[in-house]
Design a protein around this ligand. Structure first.
Ligand code: AMP
Length: 463
């Protein structure tokens, strides 16, 4: 299905989020620009959205629980003009939700007015928080983003560059940040480069966004990737960039490519659309059956299914219809609720699937709920055989960098092998894409990409 919900633990709500930023020398309609950029990145977070903008000598915020479209009347009204703004969309979570955790987080401290929008999870947040608690820090949210603001405020350095270097040293894990610090915009990507972040100069203004689709929402701008470890400060006096100490390796998140990002985005130097098609083609090359039809699980399996069908020369059919008005199934607490939600969302098209031997393609298997129901739906609609193909390997490990993956016990691949999953779901066969095949399709070597959810090799210590 589509990206639908994230959380790693109640204490450290996932930041499976999207960020956006605008800076111009003159005042412009910052709110509407952020609206369009966030709207284009809605798939990165649906629980909450918010913007912060420079107003006179201070910063104001407007945060809201729910979708970006609900703020259209206000943010598109054109009533506020300003030279700088940042925005955020936040993913739904089991715990740690609510308006208190919505971003941007705004503080007034000894260093000035600072608003921060964060995508990613800090993997040593527990240890960093403990240190801050013991020196008397008070937190308003359960989000790990606030740690960064405390560290900025506590720094004894002077000057933004020195303070940022100091505040971020020792912070591990994923952070793609848009920060408004008084009248300047700061854009930062962690040294391992877990989450994407892009910047562009267009029509006398600077823009930043998690995904290129967020930038392109405004117009045909040329963008570049913010490099891992790069900090960019944009102000009245121009733009300057410096680098945090480099990491031993990079750790771009493989999940962004095969599942999370929007297909029209270019992430980590490659087209998300083409990457997903290549994964599908690789499944077809390694498959041992010749079905009558290839059917995607909409929308997450669509491109891999297209790649499979093209590679195998087998007809592609939308044998499952998705009801776009249905809510989120992934984060519902009980199996029963998740099952009902999948049944509300997906429907088999009898006239297309009856009597056919079908390969269904999805991007991943998590708890196994979706695929079990899909197999039943297709068989109830008369499909003769249903073979399940996944465009990723077996998910076995939780993510500490911002992707919502349940506990190890809940992950079906920790309990059952392919034959066991086939038996449980009623599929005639189940096949995953081996990790080395995925790595080679996506040109994702071990020292450049994080695949910890598949192999348990975490690029940082977790505390
Ligand atoms: P499950 O039903 O638990 O096996 O979940 C599999 C479905 O959830 C697939 O359709 C995936 O596209 C989708 N999915 C995978 N990972 C995530 C995630 N982190 N958040 C939300 N949905 C996901």
């Amino acid at each position: 299905m589509n990206p639908e919900g994230t959380d790693t633990a109640d204490e450290s709500p996932g930041h499976y989020c999207g960020v956006a930023a605008v800076f111009a020398d003159t005042s412009l309609d910052v709110q509407s620009r952020l609206f369009y950029m966030l709207f284009a990145q809605q798939h990165r977070g649906q629980e909450a959205c918010g913007i912060a903008w420079r107003a006179d000598d201070t910063i104001q915020t407007d945060k809201h629980l729910g979708m970006v479209s609900a703020r259209a009347d206000s943010w598109l009204s054109g009533k506020v003009s300003s030279g700088c703004g940042i925005g955020h969309v936040r993913y739904a979570t089991h715990g740690g939700g609510g308006l208190a955790n919505a971003q941007p987080v705004l503080v007034h401290c000894n260093k000035g007015h600072i608003a921060l929008a964060h995508n990613g999870n800090i993997s040593n947040s527990a240890a960093l928080k403990e240190t801050l608690f013991s020196s008397g820090s008070i937190f308003q949210t359960t989000s790990d983003s606030e740690i960064l603001l405390h560290r900025i405020s506590c720094s004894t350095e002077t000057g933004k560059e020195a303070v940022l270097r100091d505040a971020l040293s020792g912070v591990e894990g994923a952070y793609s940040l848009c920060i408004m610090w008084d009248d300047e915009l700061i854009v930062v990507r962690d040294p391992m480069g877990f989450r994407p972040l892009y910047i562009a100069e267009w029509q006398n203004a600077w823009y930043a966004a998690s995904e290129t689709c967020g930038l392109k929402a405004l117009g045909p701008m040329d963008y570049r990737e913010v490099e891992p470890g790069e900090c960019i400060i944009i102000g009245k006096h121009g733009i300057r960039s410096f680098f945090l100490p480099s990491a031993e390796r990079h750790a771009r998140c493989i999940f962004e490519l095969f599942y999370f990002a929007r297909p029209d985005s270019n992430i980590f130097g490659q087209s998300v659309y083409l990457a997903r098609k290549a994964l599908g083609a690789a499944i077809a090359r390694n498959d041992n059956i010749t079905p009558d039809l290839v059917v995607p699980v909409p929308d997450s399996g669509t491109l891999a299914a297209l790649g499979y069908a093209e590679e195998a020369g087998i007809p592609f059919a939308l044998g499952l219809t998705r009801n776009h008005y249905a809510g989120r199934s992934f984060i519902l607490p009980t199996k029963n609720e998740r099952e009902l939600a999948v049944r509300m969302k997906l429907h088999a098209v009898e006239d297309v699937v009856a009597g056919k031997r079908i390969v269904i393609v999805d991007d991943s298997l998590v708890r196994g709920t979706t695929s079990g129901i899909i197999v039943s739906l297709l068989k109830e609609a008369g499909a003769r055989e249903v073979h399940l193909r996944l465009s990723s390997p077996e998910l076995r490990w939780p993510c500490y960098y911002g992707i919502d993956i349940p506990t190890r016990e809940e992950l079906i691949s920790n309990r059952l092998d392919s034959a066991g999953i086939a038996k449980l779901t009623g599929a005639d066969s189940v096949r995953f894409l081996p990790l080395e095949v995925m790595r080679s399709c996506l040109n994702a070597p071990e020292n450049e990409y994080c695949c910890a959810c598949f192999d348990g090799k975490y690029p940082t210590k977790i505390s």
